[in-house]
Design a binder for this molecule. Structure first.
Ligand code: 8CM
Length: 362
């Protein structure tokens, strides 16, 4: 019996297997409004048999976008455009989800294939990035952000709440908060990016404040029947980053405030990623440790490209869900191909009948 293809029940939501389409920025929206591209991109992966399809890092405010092409949820027009996409994902038997985000000091950048660097501040499309402290990320992102005032912090937190309300109204049944990859929330937690001397900087409790307050505010309006999760960068693998023990303490705090699952990822608060121990499933042992020590459900991603590796991570109890990005880009029918590789009975049935009928035995 494949564990990767076992059902997973969390809150009022049932996942048909353990394969999740990780949020993947498409940089293809206009004014934050998703379009046919997002429908086909996400819809194809729901058709492909994933259990949960999480729409890309979607900005809670215009200045929270990574690039001018990022999607948003700061107005109703955006939510209305997301609604049929969520509906289609659900119709294919996948759970529709979305990740909401604020890019912080990494905002106002060009698309990856157009340079991946900060836009020139004189570019009419550019804006001023915000951050905990006026410290630039560096390398391709040299702009120092504006140090946020307390009012700006509270405004961004209310933007997260407003975006979460729109996510619910448009049909999302899974909400992930993007607290990873060096974006705003992660940068508040990181001693690399946060040098504040007020109640949002310095000690662990202070660096945790932006994250926990934001999560609590969203939890207060997000219904209990739907999972609320955080994608959290647990380590930068860098001497100046937060120690893993602090990340575990942070996860425990999330759990105490009723977070349903933690999605384990990387910090990316510094361009120096030379010590990241890249390798197949390299975050799985860390996910396992956090799952045990914090007693929380976990998802894990990064370099899980092989069905047997995904199966082993679930079977060993290292994580409850597998997050796939590049693999799902490469192969939207990965769940079908994995089911065949793992000798699941009638593997074609992970696909809808329009495809399954013709692919029986193939
Ligand atoms: C792009 C490339 C690689 C990543 C990313 C993105 C965009 C957003 C994000 O992560 O959170 O890991």
């Amino acid at each position: 019996m494949s564990q990767l293809f076992s059902e997973f029940h969390i809150k009022g939501v049932a996942l048909r297997n353990r394969i999740v389409v990780s949020p993947m920025c498409q940089y293809s929206a206009v004014d934050g409004v998703p379009n046919e591209w997002h429908m086909v991109h996400l819809g194809a992966r729901a058709i492909g048999g994933a259990a949960l399809v999480i729409a890309e890092a979607t900005a809670v405010s215009p200045e929270g976008r990574i690039t001018p092409g990022c999607t948003g949820l700061w107005n109703d027009k955006q939510a209305e455009a997301w609604a049929p996409i969520m509906r289609f994902i659900k119709k294919q038997g996948a759970v529709p989800g979305i990740q909401i985000a604020h890019a912080g000091r990494k905002a106002s950048a060009n698309r990856p294939w157009e340079g991946d660097d900060h836009m020139n501040p004189d570019d009419p499309r550019a804006w001023d990035p915000l951050g905990p402290s006026p410290i630039a990320f560096g390398a391709n992102l040299p702009r120092a952000p504006k140090e946020m005032t307390k009012d700006e912090i509270l405004r961004v937190q209310s933007d997260f709440v407003a975006a979460a309300k729109r996510a619910l109204a448009m049909g999302a049944e899974w909400l992930e908060l993007h607290f990873a990859h060096g974006y705003l929330a992660q940068s508040f937690f990181s001693p690399i990016a946060n040098r504040r001397t007020d109640e949002y900087g310095g000690s662990f409790e202070n660096r945790a404040r932006f994250l926990i307050d934001t999560m609590k505010a969203v939890r207060a309006i997000w219904p209990e029947k739907y999972p609320l999760t955080v994608r959290f960068g647990v380590s930068d693998f860098h001497a100046d980053g937060q120690p893993l023990e602090e990340s575990i303490a942070m996860v425990k705090m999330f759990k105490n405030h009723h977070l349903d699952l933690i999605d384990i990822s990387l910090g990316f608060n510094t361009p120096d990623i030379s010590a990241v121990p890249w390798g197949p499933g390299f975050l799985a042992p860390i996910a396992e440790r956090i799952k045990k020590e914090a007693g929380i459900l976990t998802a894990v991603g990064w370099l899980i490209n092989d069905p047997q590796l995904a199966e082993d991570i679930i079977a060993k109890g290292q994580a409850n869900l597998i997050m796939l990005a590049h693999k799902e880009l490469d192969d939207p029918h990965f769940p079908f191909h994995a089911a065949k590789a793992l000798s699941v009975e009638n593997p074609q049935n992970v696909l809808p009948p329009q495809y399954a009928f013709w692919l029986k035995g193939r």
